[in-house]
Design a binder for this molecule. Sequence first.
Ligand SMILES: [Zn+2]
Ligand SMILES: [Zn+2]
Length: 323
Amino acid sequence: MLVEKLAKRLDNGEQTILFLNRRGYSKIFECPDCGAVEECPHCSISLTWHKRENIVKCHLCGYEAPAPSRCKNCGSERAKWRGHGTQKLEDAVAALFPSARVGRMDRDAMRRRDNYRKVLGDFRAGKLDILIGTQMIAKGLDFPRVTLVGIVDADISLHMPDFRAAEKTYQLIVQVAGRAGRGDGDGEVVIQTMQPEAAPIQYAKRDDMESFLEEELAARREYSYPPVMRIVRQIFRARNDDKLEFYTREWAKLFNEKHGGICEMREPSPAPLERSEDFYRWNICYFCASVKPVVSAIEELRKEFPLDPDIEEVIDVDPLSMM
Ligand SMILES: [Zn+2]
Ligand SMILES: [Zn+2]
């Protein structure tokens, strides 16, 4: 459907924006024989293939290596790339519409500052038919000739392990959709998703912020997430996972004994992003009505139970990301 609509825009000399919030070519190098997935050696996330340079990159720490041709774990040559990023989308569009003029805006394509101006300038001047991009194109750009916006895989942000996932998805769709029809012509938005019934997608489709907020608030209330309660998130990081787990659990036990009454402390657990730049990460979340007493209690306990020299601590009040 998106393909037909795109073809129509090309025939009419109108412009299209395709939004995909994932850089690179493919996301997951997976082995069908042993199930292994190629991950960053320093972080617990999968590496992304950048086909043109034929390298893999970690989008978190910047690690780069030659792209693998076989499974690192068992040596199988049947290991394959899955998933898609902006580079792959660009190739797919070029294959379907060989005569279309396509530009791409993501962090890789915009390594040089003048590239950014050039692609935007060309698109605005009508020298490009299709603009493919990540979050970079979501906000504030105004293109009067765009009459079609395609959101390719709106589910990426929906599945983030974060209580704000719905809010972020809603916001992103509304922002990107706002790029369509800013001129005189009518704009059309196509949202591609495996979960069309998901609340943030439904409400964004109807541009119904009030109902979205109402439902989202009810969900937050159920789990005492902000803004119902506030969260103090304590992250411990260390290179040694066993030591880290032991320390974190000890800390939580002591905190409960001494200050348990002032807030609702959730069980300590590995952070959703378990390892980043060679550091393992554990976190404790304190749900509270007011932040100050919790931070004071943490400071007080730290005097009695000092940080191990191998362990680092970060306190994040009302965290914007739960990764
Ligand atoms: Zn394997
Ligand atoms: Zn990494």
